[in-house]
Each structure stands twice: as structure tokens, then as C-alpha cells.
Design a protein around this ligand. Structure first.
Ligand code: AMP
Ligand code: MG
Length: 411
């Protein structure tokens, strides 16, 4: 048996980035950016008004107040998208809308709320300071500035930044194609009738979602019955589909029908490890066949899901050149005692509450490796270190976050 830390090291050292492809900007959401991006222009590109009002010279508004307004001559109107034809000279103003370029001669904008227009004259009730209500060229981004870093997972705001810079196509990491093969005579499809002794194949569905959430492409290879020839045939069919990674679920433990490991070895897999000091998910296997990383995920749904989270997810992110391979976490106060075995790292599913700025973690009921509800109820995963045998109520635990929002998390 190998420690979690060492298993992760072995896996990540075998995973190589897949390379890049060009996509249209709108297809870049949630993809990993493959280049550093430097601004090719200033943002905003020109000085413009931050308000609807009048472009003026600050010195012409000096001393203006509600009782002693200054009166200026309005020589032109300029809307966003247009440029003023005239220059603002002594005691003149140009009516200006938010986003319109600041006219020559003007050095500030007075908000319309502090003015009153009468024909071609405007009363100004407040003096302006030079630069007031003007958004300077380059105040957001300066030309040549680095705005995005290679390895960033693109969110809507990064897509917006690229749009502002006029970048219509971007270089992103290729999406890994990940084969999912479920194994087991007991498994039936979601729409099939459950007969005695059968259960539904839930793992394919969970793993399918997990793969998508990592930005990768799931390739469903179906269910293989517990015969060597059948498992092998399905794996061969999978390899014909240009996979970048293969996940075989179930049949990797020590039962009489757990034949996945033997099949993989027969097919020439270089086994890197089998069995990890963790709960759930002890029988996890990892190796390489024909240059492709292969995980043998344990069949119990919680074991499979957690093994994916801890090992497969970072691998898929590394394949895509992502900067952050691991989920963010918080330290939280445990609300109950928890007994564990020494020398195993436990991944305990927990609910989180944020009360007065402190996080509290409560265990999601029974933690058996078949209890899917322990995952459904979970906001995060408590990582309980190998050396501990007991986690005490009131002590702090590290929790990997599985979602952004949870009770009390909002302001
Ligand atoms: P195995 O690792 O094949 O011995 O499976 C361990 C447990 O997980 C057994 O109770 C299986 O029925 C269950 N199991 C295996 N594969 C799946 C699956 N795809 N969906 C749901 N349960 C599964
Ligand atoms: Mg099985």
C-alpha cells in the first residue's frame, strides 16, 4: 500500500500536458488559457466621460454654487460612439453622455444633476476639479500590460477582457478525452427495470459529470460484464476511440470477480501502484497502457467519486496545463468527535456553515463507501491525516470545498 501523497506524486509525474488548440472566444469559457495575454491597446482606448453632463474647463466653473451659478454656452451635443467637432473654449460647454470621448479643450465633466439648461445656455451649480468624471485612457489596462496568465481557467470576466482587447480567437488547452468503463454483472442502466440482485449503474453518471466539470470530454464505454474477455473487448473498443485517459470502475478489489487488474496487466499495463492508504477508495490502481494513463477506480460509488476528486481531477487539470490542480479549502471547526484508523488518510464528507466568520464542519451522517447521500449532502471533504486516530469536536480540520455557496456563506 502506498501513501496518498506518494500516489499523487507518481500520478502527476506520469501526466503530460496534451497541447493546445485555437477556439472562438465564446467557446473559451471554462477552458484553460494556453498563452499569456498582453494588452494590444489601452483600455479604455480614449479619455471619456464617466457621467452624463457637460464637458467644461474647470477654471470656468470656479466659485459656482446653487445661489451663484456660472453660465456657460452649450456649443454641441456628443453621444457615446461619436466625437465632438468643436473645441471647448472659454466659458463654453459641450453636452456629453457617458462613454463619449472628452472633447478637446475640456478638462472635466459636471454631472447633469448639478446643472440647468436653458436654450443654448447652461447654469452650473458646482465647481469642477480638473479630471473630474473623466475616465482616462489606459486607467483599466495599459497597452503592453500582461492581463491574463497562461494556465488560467477562463471565467466570463476573462472572456470579457479578451473581447475588450478585440481578441476573437484564443489558444486553449485541448480537452482530454476520458473513457469510462463500468464493470459488474449486477449493473443495469438507468432506464432498465431493476430485477432481484441488480443495482443501477450510478458511477458512470457521477464520473461523467466529474469529467465535464474538469473541462474534459467523457467517452462512455458502457458496462462490461465480469468476464476477462468482455472487459478486455470493451477496453480495446475504448482505445479505438482516441482516449487520453481510461477509467475502469469496479472489479479492482480482491473479490473472486475482481478481474480488472489482471486484464489490464494482460494487456501490458505498467502498473505504478495498486492500493492506497485511504478511506474510502483503498483498492485504487494506476498504470500506463500504450502511453495512456489508466485508473482502476474502486466500484463503491463514494470510493470512485472521492478517488476521482483526489487523483483523477488533478491529473485532468494537469493535462490541460492548469495552474491550480487542487480545490480550494478552508479550516473549519469540527462539530462532533470522529474515530478513525491510524495510517489511513480519511476523506470525510461534511456540511459547512459559516457563522460569524468562522466555518463549522459537520459530518454528513453515515460514511460507508456505498452511501451516495453522504456525497449529496456534502459541501466539502474533510482531509483527516494518516497519523490521527481521533478527531476531536471543537478542533480545526481542513476541508476541501466542493461548492462555492453554503449555509451562512452569503453576506
Ligand atoms: P467492485 O469494486 O466491483 O467489487 O464493486 C464494489 C461495490 O460497488 C459493489 O457493491 C458494486 O455493486 C458497486 N458498484 C460497482 N460498480 C458500480 C457502478 N458503476 N455503479 C454503482 N455501484 C457500483
Ligand atoms: Mg464488481
Amino acid at each position: 500500500m502506498i501513501k496518498v501523497k506518494d500516489a499523487l506524486k507518481i500520478i502527476l509525474s506520469s501526466i503530460k500536458p496534451l497541447g493546445n488548440e485555437k477556439v472562438r472566444l465564446l467557446d473559451g469559457l471554462d477552458r484553460v488559457l494556453a498563452d499569456d495575454i498582453h494588452a494590444n491597446c489601452n483600455l479604455p482606448p480614449f479619455d471619456n466621460s464617466a457621467m452624463d453632463g457637460y464637458a467644461v474647463r474647470a477654471k470656468d466653473t470656479k466659485g459656482a454654487s446653487g445661489i451663484r451659478p456660472k453660465i456657460l454656452k452649450v456649443i454641441e451635443d456628443v453621444a457615446a460612439g461619436y466625437t465632438a467637432k468643436n473645441k471647448v473654449c472659454d466659458n463654453q460647454a459641450i453636452r456629453i453622455m457617458t462613454g463619449a470621448p472628452v472633447p478637446n479643450g475640456a478638462d472635466s465633466v459636471i454631472m447633469v444633476e448639478f446643472t440647468k439648461k436653458d436654450k443654448n445656455l447652461v447654469e452650473i451649480f458646482k465647481q469642477t476639479k480638473k479630471g473630474e468624471n473623466i475616465r482616462r485612457a489606459g486607467e483599466d489596462v495599459k497597452k503592453k500590460q500582461k492581463v491574463l496568465s497562461k494556465g488560467t481557467i477562463l471565467r466570463p470576466q476573462e472572456i470579457g477582457m479578451l473581447a475588450s482587447l478585440g481578441i476573437a480567437r484564443i489558444n486553449v488547452a485541448k480537452r482530454p478525452r476520458v473513457g469510462i468503463l463500468a464493470t459488474g454483472d449486477e449493473l443495469v442502466g438507468v432506464e432498465e427495470r431493476l430485477t432481484k440482485g441488480k443495482i443501477r449503474n450510478s458511477n458512470t453518471y457521477i464520473v461523467h459529470g466529474q469529467i465535464l466539470k474538469c473541462g474534459a470530454t467523457p467517452v462512455d464505454l458502457g458496462i462490461a460484464r465480469d468476464y476477462r474477455t468482455k472487459v478486455r473487448k470493451k477496453i480495446e473498443a475504448g482505445f479505438a476511440k482516441r482516449l487520453d485517459m481510461l477509467l475502469v470502475i469496479g472489479g479492482i478489489s480482491v473479490g473472486d470477480y475482481d478481474l480488472v487488474k489482471d486484464v489490464l496487466l494482460d494487456m501490458g499495463m505498467k502498473m505504478k501502484f495498486w492500493k492506497v492508504c485511504q478511506r474510502p477508495g483503498k483498492p485504487l490502481a494506476f498504470g500506463i497502457i500504450r502511453g495512456i494513463p489508466v485508473f482502476g477506480l474502486p466500484g463503491n460509488p463514494v470510493s470512485s467519486t472521492i478517488s476521482f476528486e483526489e487523483f483523477v481531477r488533478p491529473s485532468l487539470l494537469k493535462m490541460q496545463g492548469s495552474k491550480n490542480l487542487f480545490r480550494p479549502g478552508v479550516w473549519a471547526i469540527l462539530t462532533q468527535d470522529f474515530q478513525k484508523k491510524k495510517d489511513l488518510r480519511y476523506f470525510i464528507r461534511a456540511r459547512l456553515k459559516n457563522i460569524d466568520g468562522k466555518f463549522y464542519a459537520s459530518i454528513t451522517g453515515p460514511q460507508g463507501s456505498g452511501i451516495i447521500n453522504s456525497l449529496v449532502l456534502a459541501d466539502g471533504i474533510i482531509v483527516a491525516p494518516e497519523e490521527k486516530t481521533f478527531l476531536k469536536k471543537g478542533h480545526k480540520v481542513y476541508v476541501q470545498l466542493l461548492r462555492h455557496g453554503f449555509d451562512g456563506g452569503a453576506i
